[in-house]
Design a protein around this ligand. Sequence first.
Ligand code: AMP
Length: 537
Amino acid sequence: MLSHAAGPTDTPLIEETIGATFARTAAAHPDREALVEVATGRRWTWAELDAAVDDLARALIAIGIAPGDRVGIWAPNCAEWTVTQFATAKVGAVLVTINPAYRTHEFVYAVNLSGLRLLVSAESFKTSDYRAMITDAHRDCPALERVVYLETDWFALLDEGRSLPPNAVSERMADLSPDDPINIQYTSGTTGFPKGATLSHRNIINNGFFVTETIKFTYEDRLCIPVPFYHCFGMVMANLGCITHGSTMVIPAPSFDPGITLQTVQDEKCTAVYGVPTMFIAMLNHPDFASFDLSSLRTGIMAGAPCPVEVMKRCVSDMHMAEVAIAYGMTETSPVSTQTHVDDDLDRRTTTIGRVAPHLDIKIVDPVTGETLPREVPGEFCTRGYSVMQGYWNDPVKTAEAIDTEGWMHTGDLAVMREDGYCTIVGRIKDMVIRGGENVYPREIEEFLYTHPSIEDVQVIGVPDEKYGEELCAWVRLRPGAEPLDAAEIRAFATGKLAHYKIPRYVKIVEEFPMTVTGKVRKAEMREVSSAELGLG
Ligand code: AMP
């Protein structure tokens, strides 16, 4: 059988704008809780949130924001972020989400690439002085007409909309189409310049809907959202996932904090929590973990990077997340392409990324020839269907490199489709190590080393080698209090259990891995560091 699968189509796609879905949910559940911001204690029912969104939408219309105009947001997670997301959707402005970790160089690039007219920004957060950076960079952003700071200008902006009649928003919404672009998300990637994935209402409202449909969300679910809003995990899988089901969005903190997330789950009686693997690892290893009452949890999603089996098992056993799921996808595909189901057996739910999501086609191809491979053979994961982005903003060349003429998005991820249709990710094409002619998938070795009692987390990379082309190097984080390990001990642990060419030659004990904000390990940086330290060319 070939590595090709099509998702079920029994539940139809949503064929309306984000604003229309939002308004429908607000009308269906006016008095239920829609949004909670733990840091300030503020709460909104759906009716209140709808009114707040409409106030901002009217202001945007009043200041001349037209459908298709780009409006940026540069802020950590907060309630105004959510309000801005839905207000821009209602007026048809393309929301450009800017990573709060960016500095001026990246900021100028992101603003100019998408041609922002208006920017909504926080004043500052932790070490980021957004106002100073914007002041410094504004002259390099010719199209940027106005900056609204959340702390100082928000209410003045809302006042500008008061002169418009309330039906100004519904009139604008009637002019919009689900196929309009509504969002530009800069792909985090681990290397290279950010590219602006351009997504339509139809792309992301459907993905949000099916992701939470698959974990059986209803209006009674309360989702704790520690993942960043600027990224698809926060704004699509969480926020759009909630508005399509009337579930409550709970913002535990402006940025991830393991203790506050656990406290929020307990205090807000959350039924679900999302996170990238490193967030779950941090929660599970929190010194006071055992003191939190997590019994309200039912489900959640781990995604964004390979999800270690042992961590998934602990989510089930120690966090009460009997129905936790793994999802896999990328910004360019809205994002989710595969997901595990709540009634899958524990093996499928912890060792795979699930099966093809509704209304999508997936296949695994030979990265060189493009031929669809037989099941069980690793190759490049490709997705086709409603979820594939419209393209990279203003970049037809990069778009054509990523999406082929038949509409398949080539992800750059190496995956295996099993006989039962469930998939596993074995690495990135560019992370695959070729040692002495053997293709080595670091993921397999990481999963194995993860079973060592002293190892808390591990990442495997290839470093240059004169004899074999590449050699394996493992970066290891030890469990607190564990005995130090060296390369010889790790080799002894693996000998007889892994083929010789998969046993790392080098081992480096570290406190942290270099990471992106969305939990992706920067393997390129690790390769540079190790090659330099080991004196390899
Ligand atoms: P982003 O566009 O920032 O969401 O990053 C997408 C990339 O994250 C994918 O191309 C994968 O390399 C990785 N990724 C996402 N989810 C998973 C998962 N469940 N398992 C392994 N890798 C994942």
